[in-house]
Design a protein around this ligand. Structure first.
Ligand SMILES: Cc1cc2nc3c(=O)[nH]c(=O)nc-3n(C[C@H](O)[C@H](O)[C@H](O)COP(=O)(O)OP(=O)(O)OC[C@H]3O[C@@H](n4cnc5c(N)ncnc54)[C@H](O)[C@@H]3O)c2cc1C
Length: 384
C-alpha cells in the first residue's frame, strides 16, 4: 500500500508522527473471526505503507523521523470488536447515556461511546466518533453470564452489550472491573453450588458487599458490611476540612461523587502528623484494618500518547495519597503503635495484625503524604 500524499489519510494524518497510528485498523466489513489472515495481511501492508509515508513522502514527518528505525511491529492484529455473548441483560446505548441504575450492578464504565467506521483506515470518515457520557454508568451481573449456557460467565470484549454500548464497555479498565465481578461471582457460585443466575436473583447483595470490600466501585452503592466494626465506632480526628468530616470514613462510599467528598481530610493549614480516631464503648477484638486512600481519581490518568492528556497527569505516586502512616491502639492506658507503613502509593491497604488485639480505641496517624499538605482517607474498615 502507498500513501504518497498526506491527503491520502483524511482526518488521520495530523497526529501521525507524534501520537502513533491507532487508526491503522480494518475489518468492520469483513468476518472478524474467519477473515483473520486476510485482515492481518492487509494491515501489514497498510502499516508498511504508513512507514513509507513517514520516511519518504510526508513533509511534516520526514525530518523528524530521519533517524527513526522500524524495530518491531505486532504480527497478530488486535481485535477491537468480534463476537459478543448474550446475557440475561444486553447493555444498550440508553443504559449508558441515561446511567440507568441496576439492582444487580457489579461494575462501572465511563469512557465515551467510541465508534470506529467500518472501513477503518480506508474510510473517508474520521477514525472515531466519540459520544461523551455525562456520567459513569453501572454494569449489571446479568450482562456477565450466559442466558442459555447455565454455568458460563464472561467479561470484557465478549460481555453482553450492543455494538454501540460496546463502544464504551470495551475499554481495558472497564473490562478489568467486569472481570473482577465475574470472577467473584464464579467463586461464589462454586462455593454455594448454584448458577450465576441464582447469584443475580438471590445473593446479589452478598456479592456486592464482597466486591465493595475489595474496592470494586459500584456507582452510588454504599457498603453496609455488618462485620465491619468501624461502622459502630465513634469517629473523630485531630482536625477536619469543611465537607470532609471524620465520620465520612464509615459512610460506605469511597469516591468523590455528586458534590460530596466521602472522605476525611485534615484541616487546611494544619501540619502533619494528623490522626483519625475510632472509639468503641467496649473493647473490640481487632485483627484486620482496611484503609482506602485518595489516589487522585479526580484527575485523568489514562494511558495516552496525547500531549494534551499527558499534561493533565501526574506520572508517579499521586500527591493526595497518604505515604507514611502508623496504626496506634489504646492499650493499658496509653497509645501504642501496632503497625507502621512507609512509602505507600496504593489506594487500598489491608493490614493484618497477625493476632487479635483487644482495644477500645484505634488511631490512624498520618505522618506524610505524597505531596498534598492534607491527610486524606476515604474509608476505614475494622474486622476481627
Ligand atoms: C488496536 C486496539 C487498540 C485499543 N486501544 C485501547 C485503549 O487505548 N484503551 C483501552 O482501554 N482499550 C483499548 N482497546 C480495547 C481493549 O484493549 C480490549 O477491548 C480489551 O483488552 C479486551 O480485553 P479482554 O480480556 O476482554 O479480551 P482479550 O484481551 O482479547 O483477552 C482474551 C484472551 O483470551 C485468549 N483466548 C482466546 N481463545 C482462547 C482459548 N480457546 N483458550 C484460552 N485462551 C484463549 C486470547 O489469546 C486472549 O489473550 C484497544 C483494542 C485494540 C484492538
Amino acid at each position: 500500500k502507498r500513501f504518497l500524499t498526506c491527503d491520502a489519510l483524511p482526518h488521520r494524518h495530523p497526529d501521525l508522527c507524534r501520537t502513533g497510528f491507532w487508526w491503522n485498523e480494518l475489518g468492520g466489513v469483513f468476518d472478524m473471526t474467519r477473515d483473520t489472515e486476510r485482515v492481518r495481511d492487509e494491515l501489514v501492508a497498510t502499516l508498511l505503507g504508513l512507514w513509507d509515508h513517514i520516511k519518504n513522502h510526508c513533509p511534516q514527518c520526514r525530518d523528524l523521523a530521519r533517524t527513526w528505525e522500524l524495530e518491531w511491529f505486532g504480527w497478530v492484529p488486535g481485535k477491537r470488536e468480534t463476537r459478543r455473548l448474550l446475557g440475561d441483560h444486553i447493555l444498550t446505548e440508553l443504559d449508558l447515556v441515561e446511567a440507568r441504575p441496576f439492582e444487580d450492578a457489579v461494575a462501572h464504565g465511563g469512557w465515551p461511546i467510541d465508534l470506529h467506521p467500518p472501513w477503518g483506515i480506508y474510510d473517508r470518515e474520521p477514525p472515531a466518533l466519540m459520544l461523551p457520557l455525562e456520567d459513569i454508568y453501572s454494569i449489571p451481573l446479568r450482562a456477565l453470564y450466559s442466558r442459555n449456557v447455565e454455568n458460563l460467565l464472561f467479561a470484557g470484549r465478549c460481555a453482553s452489550a450492543t455494538h454501540v454500548a460496546f463502544g464504551s464497555t470495551r475499554l481495558a479498565a472497564t473490562g478489568a472491573a467486569m472481570g473482577q465481578a465475574a470472577g467473584t461471582a464464579a467463586a461464589m457460585a462454586a462455593f454455594r453450588g448454584c448458577t450465576p443466575r441464582e447469584i443475580a436473583d438471590r445473593h446479589i447483595r452478598e456479592l456486592q458487599e464482597i466486591l465493595l470490600r475489595q474496592d470494586q466501585y459500584i456507582p452510588d452503592l454504599a457498603a453496609q458490611d455488618e462485620g465491619d466494626m468501624a461502622r459502630k465506632a465513634q469517629i473523630s480526628a485531630s482536625s477536619e476540612a469543611e465537607g470532609c468530616e471524620a465520620a465520612s470514613v464509615a459512610n460506605g462510599l469511597t469516591r468523590h461523587r455528586r458534590g460530596r467528598t466521602n472522605q476525611w481530610a485534615s484541616g487546611e493549614g494544619q501540619p502533619l502528623p494528623q490522626w483519625l480516631e475510632l472509639r468503641w464503648p467496649q473493647p473490640r477484638a481487632v485483627g484486620e484494618i482496611h484503609l482506602t486512600f485518595d489516589t487522585g481519581f479526580a484527575r485523568p490518568l489514562t494511558h495516552s500518547q496525547y500531549p494534551s492528556t499527558l499534561k493533565k497527569q501526574v506520572r508517579g505516586p499521586q500527591p493526595e495519597t497518604v505515604k507514611d502512616f502508623r496504626i496506634e491502639a489504646w492499650l493499658d492506658g496509653s497509645w501504642r503503635a501496632v503497625a507502621r507503613i512507609t512509602g505507600n502509593y496504593q489506594r487500598k491497604r489491608v493490614l493484618k495484625l497477625g493476632h487479635l488485639l483487644a482495644t477500645e480505641a484505634m488511631r490512624i496517624v498520618v505522618e506524610a503524604t505524597q505531596g498534598d499538605p492534607q491527610a486524606r482517607i476515604y474509608e476505614v474498615r475494622v474486622y476481627g
